[in-house]
Ligand binder design. Structure first.
Ligand code: ATP
Length: 273
């Protein structure tokens, strides 16, 4: 994300710019087998931000998320989370992650409650991993937040794909994250479940959780997103508010999604990258 006019667009009444950025990347690059897929990424996400990470297939969105989660190293540049360099980052529990998967795979039978409770373990001390009553309360709340209270004791495999997505979000919420990263939360989710998800995310933003959402379908969360970061060919092509042109582009209407979105009259954003 650029620093400057576009970056400062995130400093809305809902964000807290007095705290260190939740994510700060300077000149970030990632390479797979020597092949660069991210270059010169600058990104500041401040507490309370709601950021949609957009861009065409292969532009580097998931790679950027993986770098933020510490799953792939930067080949150059720096990354800080909550004001601490990633290399010294110990408190992974502050980040909740909902991966790009439609469902919870079969295999081991587990109830919704058990799946969600597994998301609480990261908050427990290593030597006392069992959940106490306070932890159980958090798990119950997380299940209720995503509207699955009535399914808490159901086998996860009996839930629809959309309900399973909500269970995965509840699992992330059970860790009471300060940053929730979601990769394509709406993919393969029917309209009814999208609406519940949107309500859940709206509720979360009111509690101050920072959201970073990778999506090709900004539609359901258009009203929620305060800032869009568009990647093109591994670089930040645009960083700013979700203008009509950005939304149109990423609703799939543009024939060349790799080129930066054109400003429209009244747009206050700058094109970077
Ligand atoms: N593990 C990997 N090894 C080698 N190349 C990879 C690996 N993962 C991703 N890539 C390549 O890196 C580039 C960026 O991929 P990435 O998955 O980050 O893009 P994306 O924007 O998330 O795409 P999509 O929207 O399709 O999910 C692509 O060219 C991809 O082929």
């Amino acid at each position: 994300m650029s620093i400057g006019p576009a970056g400062s667009a995130s400093g809305t009444a809902h964000t807290d710019i007095t705290q260190p950025p939740v994510v700060r990347i300077r000149g970030g690059a990632v390479a797979y087998a020597g092949q660069r897929v991210l270059s010169d990424v600058h990104l500041d996400v401040v507490p309370g931000d709601v950021v949609a990470l957009l861009g065409p297939n292969g532009s580097g969105k998931s790679t950027l998320v993986r770098a933020i989660l510490g799953l792939v190293p930067l080949s150059s540049g720096s990354l800080e989370l909550f004001g601490t360099p990633i290399t010294r980052q110990r408190d992974r529990a502050r980040i909740g992650y909902v991966p790009q998967r439609h469902t919870v795979g079969g295999g081991v039978p587990a109830t919704v409650e058990e799946i969600v409770a597994s998301g609480r373990l990261a908050r427990r001390p290593l030597l006392m991993p069992w959940l106490g009553s306070a932890d159980r309360g958090v798990v119950t709340d997380a299940i209720a937040t995503v509207g699955l209270a009535e399914k808490a004791h159901a086998q996860i495999s009996t839930l629809s794909g959309g309900q399973q997505r909500r269970a995965l979000i509840a699992r992330a919420l059970a860790g009471e994250p300060d940053l929730l990263v979601m990769d394509e939360p709406f993919a393969g989710v029917d309209v009814a479940n999208q609406e519940i998800l949107t309500r859940t995310l709206t509720k979360l933003t009111s509690t101050g959780v920072t959201l970073l959402i990778v999506t090709h379908e900004i539609g359901p969360i258009a009203a929620l997103v305060r800032r869009t970061v568009v990647l093109g060919h591994g670089r930040v092509a645009y960083d700013g508010p979700p203008t009509p042109s950005v939304l149109r582009r990423f609703a799939g209407a543009d024939p060349d999604p790799h080129s930066p979105p054109a400003p429209e009259p009244g747009d206050s954003f700058g094109i970077v990258g």
